[in-house]
Design a protein around this ligand. Structure first.
Ligand SMILES: [Mg+2]
Length: 191
């Protein structure tokens, strides 16, 4: 795991995620008939658990995308992400400003995992700018942390694990999660 600076991780109160190229591999699936353009996406199951762990740590995730597909909306809904925003590249700063306002958080308390040029304006404002392994050079350069995994291959999981590990919370969260699963099973079995 690529370590994340503890001082940067400690102040994070919200994790902002781009979709295409971060939660997905950037591939756009065009079907032969019907539907709107680019109507298919592939997500990594490991990223779902990462969002769950973030919630357990009391850190909400928010989605800010320049091209929010129906599959992306469905995925966000499944992961119980309530802040889901589709904006043009020119509207990303404004969208994030709104999210931070509703959460009562400052720019320095936001992390953003990004991959492409449209993310740069927000990346330059947040306290913890982060990039997936295959982000474009400009984004990698602007990031305080660059992962080893490309978008769609568990990059969100890698970032969240680095973030929560740097805060000293990851191991405890995993132990609590496993303990709760066992407790649930025992309660159900009537032991
Ligand atoms: Mg992207």
């Amino acid at each position: 795991m690529i370590p994340l600076e503890a001082s940067l991780a400690a102040r994070v109160r919200v994790v902002l995620l781009d979709v295409d190229g971060v939660m997905t591999d950037g591939g756009l699936y065009f079907s032969e008939s019907g539907g709107t353009a680019a109507d298919g996406r592939r997500f990594h199951v490991h990223d779902g658990m990462a969002i769950h762990m973030l919630r357990r740590a009391g850190i909400p995730a928010a989605v800010v995308s320049g091209k929010l597909s129906l599959p992306a909306r469905r995925r966000a809904e499944e992961l119980r992400i309530t802040e889901v925003h589709q904006v043009s590249p020119f509207g990303k700063l404004e969208a994030v400003e709104g999210i931070l306002g509703r959460l009562g958080a400052g720019w320095d308390e936001a992390a953003f995992l990004a991959d492409d040029l449209a993310d740069l304006p927000v990346l330059r404002e947040v306290g913890l700018p982060a990039a997936v392994a295959n982000a474009v050079p400009e984004v990698r350069q602007a990031a305080a942390w660059v992962g080893a995994k490309p978008g769609g291959a568990g990059a969100v999981r890698e970032f969240v694990e680095a973030l929560l590990s740097a805060r000293g919370e990851w191991e405890t969260l995993v132990q609590q999660y496993v303990a709760e699963c066992v407790e649930h099973w025992r309660a159900g079995a009537g032991d």
